[in-house]
Write a protein that binds this ligand. Structure first.
Ligand SMILES: [Zn+2]
Length: 247
C-alpha cells in the first residue's frame, strides 16, 4: 500500500472530490495535516469519505499568529487526534518577525501536550531545525516525522541520532539538496509525502493529485536502486514501527 505521510486535503478546494476519488482508487493511506482548528474539522469531514484518510490536528506556523483562542482550548483536539500535524516553526517563509514569539508559544504548547500523550508528531522545521531538534531532545522524544527536511546536514545527523523519521517529498529528482538528504536518511526511517496539490506546482508548475505519491515512490526506488515493491514494503514497515513505538 502507498502511504502519503504528509499532505493537505483542504488545499484541494473545488477539486476535493477528484482528490478523494484518486486516494480511494489507488488505496493511498493519507495523513491529512491541518493548518488550524477549522482545517482539522474539514479534514475530519473528508475522512468520512475514505477509510484511507487519517485527519491530523495541528496549528501550522503560518496560522499561529491568527489563532485567537486560549491554549487550553487546543487540548481536546490534541487528545482526539491520533497523529499531530502540522506543527512547527518557520523563520524562512514567515516574514513578520514580530509573530515569531506567538509561533513558539503555540508550537511549544502543542509539542509538550502531544509528547505527554505519546502522539506521533508531523513537524515543519523551516530555518528552525536546530531549535526544534533541541525541543525534541529535551524530552528525548523521537516519535516524530520531520517533514521535507531542508536544513543543514549537521543538524540532520542529530535528528537521525535521536531516532526521528523523515519524509521525502515531490521535489525528489529535481533538487540536489533533497538528494543529499535522501542519501543520509537511514532506510528504516524513511517515509514519503506529497504535501498537497501546491507543493508540486512550486517544484515544476504541475498540480499534484494524491497519486503523485506513486511518482515519489518510483523516483526514490530508482535513486536507491531497489525494486518498487521492496520500497513499498520498507515504507509500510517503517510506518507500522512508528505507530507501535511506546516512547
Ligand atoms: Zn505541509
Amino acid at each position: 500500500m502507498y502511504i502519503d505521510c504528509h499532505t493537505h486535503l483542504d488545499f484541494f478546494e473545488e477539486n476535493i472530490d477528484k482528490a478523494i476519488e484518486d486516494i480511494n482508487k489507488n488505496k493511498i493511506l493519507t495523513l491529512a495535516n491541518s493548518m488550524d482548528i477549522e482545517s482539522y474539522i474539514q479534514n475530519k469531514e473528508y475522512s468520512k469519505m475514505s477509510k484511507f484518510i487519517k485527519p491530523c490536528f495541528g496549528v501550522h506556523p503560518w496560522k499561529a499568529a491568527e489563532y485567537k483562542g486560549s491554549l487550553e482550548e487546543l487540548i481536546p483536539y490534541i487528545e482526539e487526534s491520533e497523529i499531530i500535524g502540522e506543527i512547527g516553526l518557520d523563520y524562512l517563509w514567515v516574514e513578520d518577525r514580530s509573530t515569531f514569539h506567538i509561533q513558539r508559544k503555540i508550537f511549544n504548547f502543542i509539542l509538550e501536550e502531544s509528547i505527554k500523550r505519546n502522539k506521533i508528531i508531523n513537524l515543519h522545521t523551516k530555518d528552525a531545525e536546530e531549535e526544534i531538534y533541541n525541543a525534541l531532545k529535551k524530552f528525548n522524544y523521537n516519535k516524530a516525522i520531520i517533514h521535507w527536511y531542508s536544513g543543514d546536514i549537521e543538524t540532520l545527523e542529530k535528528y537521525i541520532k535521536l531516532g526521528c523519521y523523515f519524509t521525502i517529498s515531490v521535489d525528489v529528482g529535481y533538487s540536489e539538496k533533497t538528494n543529499e538528504v535522501l542519501r543520509k536518511i537511514p532506510m528504516n526511517k524513511l517515509l514519503l509525502e506529497t504535501d498537497g496539490p501546491t507543493a508540486l506546482e512550486w517544484v515544476n508548475g504541475e498540480y499534484g493529485y494524491p497519486s503523485e505519491i506513486k511518482r515519489v515512490y518510483e523516483s526514490v526506488a530508482e535513486f536507491k536502486n531497489i525494486a518498487l515493491n521492496d520500497l513499498i514494503n520498507i515504507i509500510e514497515n517503517n510506518f507500522k514501527r512508528l505507530f507501535s513505538k511506546d516512547s
